[in-house]
Design a protein around this ligand. Structure first.
Ligand SMILES: *Cc1c(COP(=O)(O)O)cnc(C)c1O
Length: 470
């Protein structure tokens, strides 16, 4: 594997480094705070990093969603916004970019990914139908459930083991899909919900062989395959690096081939596509498109703007083209890998292999003395913030929520704290500071106390829940 590794300058002769395929034209100052200030800010935020004010944060690794730096070309595109209510030229530019790079026929823009998830879920899911998927994603599953669907995890078992080095931990276990078909019949399945990469498993990719085999299985039973394409560009990079037969293909070629095995895709363009807001839904079937094109008017806006300004559509169209360049993806994932290499070298437990958009710290291994209901991953995010002002995010029991039927907590196997790297925003020096802070929190792990959830919202509770120290 062509891993971009970190090495001290000059130690290795013949060394060849990757570097960012851009230079910095404008900067945004960061605030450095004191520990005392952070103690106060965190208590006010109910120990939930989502409730911190960003001005109290130093290095913000909460999410890679909408936090990318746009290029000068994208900013120039913003000035070309055609703010007509209907038929904006920016919509046609976006439509052709999606057709060219993702390959789908019909496009509906939405304000962001969950807008697309809402429309597709309402349109195709009949109450009581099953939706097998390669691990859940929070907003995806909530829309599936609100439409009466029942989510079934069919990811391979290795994905639930943070130490397992499987190169394609996002893969679907076809035996699990077959078992659902045998037990309930193909008609009971709304569609297969595939995400590449799999966010909740640690940004882990799906192989081309796996999607091809899934497609063949689904063809035999007349089942549709839907794709959450949010980080599919990053998935394509992993295929290029790890899968036999793809080393000589470009990320763009791989992306298009992968999408060709699916019938529908939705996108949060706030991730791969290097914009601060935007999303889309794409289908190949004309009748389905007609329904969606009609429904988008009710919930998002006319089908040529979908809740976005013309300038947003233009930035997205340009961002799509920039996002599939091999040099871009190499440095984007290379930076994540750099941070992962530092932590791994220091023996800090993280999900392996390192995924595309984030480092996932294994909070169970940090805090074996905490029960899962004492929120180890939430605790770890809080401790990181207190140490250095770095903002991470919980991906464990708080994110997993409750069972829609029984009301009990879901107890996910993975209890992770995510350090998500925004695209084109931070430098390698920032990554050093982050790694050193994680090390300090790791060294102090024995003294950490857990948390109690004192306020719990009904939907997607992790965003707004409040905690107190035990
Ligand atoms: C972010 C995300 C979504 C939802 O998109 P939004 O733009 O945040 O509404 C859906 N799926 C995945 C995998 C995501 O990461």
């Amino acid at each position: 594997m062509n891993t971009p590794v970190s090495k001290t300058m000059g130690q290795q002769s013949g060394r060849r480094s990757w570097a960012e395929p851009w230079k910095i034209k404008m900067v945004e100052p960061l605030a450095v705070t004191t520990r005392e200030h952070r103690e106060k800010a965190l208590a006010e935020a109910g120990f939930n990093t989502f409730l911190l004010k960003s001005e109290d944060v130093y290095i913000d690794l909460l999410t890679d969603s909408g936090t990318s730096a746009m290029s000068d070309r994208q900013w120039a595109g913003m000035m070309l916004g055609d703010e007509a209510y209907a038929g904006s030229r920016n919509f046609y530019h976006l439509e052709s970019a999606i057709q060219r790079f993702y390959g789908y026929k019909h496009i509906v823009p939405t304000h962001q990914g969950r807008g697309a998830e809402h429309l597709i879920s309402r349109t195709v899911i009949k109450p009581g139908q099953l939706i097998p998927g390669n691990m859940y994603f929070t907003t995806t599953r909530v829309h599936q459930e609100l439409s009466g669907g029942i989510f079934h995890d069919v990811i391979i078992d290795q994905a639930h083991d943070p130490a397992n080095p499987h190169p394609f931990k996002g893969n679907i276990d076809l035996d699990k899909v077959q078992a659902l078909i045998d037990r309930h019949g193909a008609k009971s399945i709304a569609y297969i919900s595939v995400a590449g990469t799999v966010n909740m498993a640690g940004g882990q990719p799906v192989s081309m062989a796996n999607i091809r085999a899934l497609r063949a299985l689904c063809n035999t039973h007349g089942i549709k395959v839907y794709l959450d394409a949010t980080r599919m560009v990053e998935n394509a990079w992993f295929i290029q690096q790890r899968e036999e037969g793809y080393a000589g293909k470009s990320v763009a070629q791989i992306l298009k081939e992968f999408c060709s095995y699916t019938d529908v895709a939705w996108m949060s363009a706030k991730k791969d596509s290097l914009v601060n807001i935007g999303g889309w839904l794409a289908v190949n079937d004309w009748d389905l498109f007609e329904e969606l094109r009609n429904l988008v008017v009710v919930y998002e806006g006319l089908h040529t703007y979908g809740g976005l300004a013309g300038r947003d559509l233009e930035a997205m169209a340009i961002g799509i083209e920039e996002s599939v360049q091999d040099d871009h993806v190499r440095s984007r994932i290379g930076q994540v890998q750099y941070l992962g290499d530092l932590l791994t070298a220091w023996g800090i437990p993280i999900v392996q292999p390192v995924g595309g958009h984030a480092i996932f710290l294994d909070a169970r291994a940090f805090y074996p003395h905490l029960k899962q209901i004492e929120f180890p991953a939430q605790t770890l995010a809080a401790e990181l913030y207190l140490d250095s002002g770095i903002r991470a995010m919980e991906r464990g029991i708080a994110s997993a929520g409750r069972d829609a039927k029984t009301g009990d907590h879901h107890y996910p196997k993975l209890e992770l704290t995510r350090l998500t790297i925004p695209r084109r925003v931070y430098t390698q020096a920032h990554m050093d500071v982050v790694a050193e802070s994680v090390k300090a929190v790791w060294d102090a792990r024995a003294s950490a106390r857990g948390l109690d959830m004192v306020y719990e919202p009904k939907y997607l509770r992790f965003f707004q829940a409040r905690f107190e120290r035990l």
